[in-house]
Design a protein around this ligand. Structure first.
Ligand code: ZN
Length: 182
């Protein structure tokens, strides 16, 4: 197994802003621990971050959010990318669509994506969908993702497990899997 840790949309907009998840702040330390372990174990750390133009289609549903150049589009400071991490920008739900993520994962020799971030039932789910069709194994750190409600969160986890064959692991299990200390 050659995994990469993917951090989806841990931006000001979704953690503290208008489209925040109530659980977003509580998953920050969980993701931080995963990032620290991944860096230590030389598992690639890849951020995919909403970075919209005002004309983007999705804004018809959600209104303007995480606009390119705005403070809302910044990655939260607790999870600031390190010098060896990768940051890719997106204009749709999926971390794969027009971001270069597939090419990067192939160049890194990655076969398994470990998904974290928000929201479980929107961008995490759509990233899992593409990961499945690009042929990657999917692990979701179930305490490292969050949604608008518990219901949205649970529904999406079950959906990814059933439909994409995603493995739902606790962050502790992920840390063990990539060889880190508990
Ligand atoms: Zn968006």
């Amino acid at each position: 197994m050659k995994p990469a840790l993917i951090i989806i949309d841990m931006l000001e907009e979704f953690v503290h802003g208008r489209l925040k998840s109530p659980e977003a702040e509580s998953i920050i330390p969980v993701i931080k621990k995963l990032i620290d372990t991944a860096r230590e174990k030389r598992v690639p750390v890849i951020y995919v971050a909403d970075n919209h133009f005002p004309v983007d289609h999705e804004l018809k549903v959600w209104g303007p959010h995480a606009l390119k150049g705005s403070s809302e589009a910044r990655i939260v400071e607790e999870l600031e990318p390190g010098p060896d991490d990768y940051v890719l920008y997106k204009r749709s739900y999926s971390g794969f669509r027009d971001t270069g993520l597939d090419m990067l994962l192939r160049d890194l020799g990655v076969d398994t994506v470990i998904l974290t971030g928000i929201h479980t039932h929107i961008c995490v789910l759509h990233t899992a969908w593409d990961a499945f069709y690009y042929g990657y194994n999917i692990i979701v750190a179930k305490d490292g993702v969050a949604a608008f409600s518990r219901e949205d969160h649970e529904y999406a986890l079950k959906y990814m497990e059933k439909i994409y064959g995603a493995k739902l692991l606790s962050s502790q299990e992920v840390i063990q899997l990539i060889g880190g200390k508990k």
